[in-house]
Design a protein around this ligand. Structure first.
Ligand code: ZN
Length: 189
């Protein structure tokens, strides 16, 4: 749980430290607003993604399932600035054909995004959670994202995407499955 009182105090200190006036009209309520916002943006810290995958699954689908362009917004843990983009997930269900709905995957993505994050870890965490919660034969996760800590500070040009991927199980062992996954997430864009 986010300690909103502590965040308020800290934000007021930052406002003073950067040479601004925390009592100025536009800034007076900023510590309170930021604290409330952090409660929302960091809600994923105390949530369990595995529980989300274990509820409401259905059986009987044995072919590859692709979920493309799941939007997300996260906070880079190095600078506490947003990074955002889309997540693509592909998996081949276990032999009983266990699958969950698109909303469950959206929740998984949100639980991992609403934490101080780095894109690489978020990618592997989503893949590993799907392995643990659904025990599919294989899973692949690709994240394409833009990082404000790069574009705002002029390190990279705006619009530059960072792409990360994690593959597990049969996607790692079987080149055909892996190729099918990468081709399906690229097509139909
Ligand atoms: Zn950063």
């Amino acid at each position: 749980m986010v300690d909103e009182k502590a965040v308020q105090k800290a934000v007021a200190s930052i406002i003073t430290a950067i040479g601004e006036d925390p009592a100025r009209e536009g800034l007076a309520d900023t510590p309170k607003r930021v604290a409330e916002m952090y409660t929302e943006l960091f809600a994923g810290i105390s949530m369990d993604p595995i529980a989300e995958l274990k509820k409401g699954y259905e059986l009987g689908h044995r072919e590859m399932v692709i979920l493309k362009d799941i939007p997300f917004y996260s906070m880079c843990e190095h600078h506490l600035l947003p990074f955002f983009g889309v997540v693509h997930i592909g998996y081949i269900p276990d032999i009983s054909g266990r699958v969950v709905g698109i909303s469950n995957f959206g929740r998984i993505v949100e639980i991992f995004a609403r934490r101080p994050q780095i894109q690489e870890r978020m990618t592997t965490q989503i893949a590993d959670a799907i392995v643990e919660g659904l025990q599919p034969q294989g899973v692949g996760v690709v994240i394409q994202a833009e990082h404000l800590c790069m574009v705002m500070r002029g390190v990279k040009k705006p619009g530059t995407n960072i792409i990360t991927s994690a593959i597990r199980g049969s996607f790692r062992k079987n080149a055909a499955s892996r190729a099918e996954f990468f081709s399906l997430i690229q097509n139909g864009k």
